[in-house]
Design a protein around this ligand. Structure first.
Ligand SMILES: [Cu+2]
Length: 111
């Protein structure tokens, strides 16, 4: 009885190990960086793979945001040296801008 319980526990544990390693292996997602510097996003156009992450980091003394024009992602207000990481799961083109300086714009192309 106890042995049966232990072996089913062990089976669950093994399943957990398998799942977590599968998850880790599939998460070879790259992390890219977009710098916000001199009132510009750099690079202005960035091409990545689905599942990759993009870190938006503000290098200006003025606060900025990286806000999708259609609202699909939002960094929030970033002060100098603050950053926000966004994961892009679906292949598409994501246009974004800075809420404080709408003339600042960029594009993330997810393949
Ligand atoms: Cu700005």
């Amino acid at each position: 009885m106890l042995l049966k319980k232990l072996s089913s526990l062990f089976a669950v544990f093994c399943l957990f190990l398998t799942l977590s390693s599968t998850y880790t292996n599939s998460a070879i997602a790259a992390e890219h960086t977009v710098e916000i510097k001199g009132m510009e996003f750099s690079p202005k156009i960035l091409t990545i793979k689905a599942g990759d992450k993009v870190k938006f980091i503000n290098k200006d003394s003025a606060p900025h945001t990286a806000s999708a024009t259609d609202g699909r992602f939002e960094s929030g207000e970033l002060q100098k040296d603050q950053s926000e990481v966004v994961t892009f799961e679906k292949a598409d083109t994501y246009a974004y801008y800075c809420m404080f300086h709408p003339s600042m714009s960029g594009k993330i192309i997810v393949e």
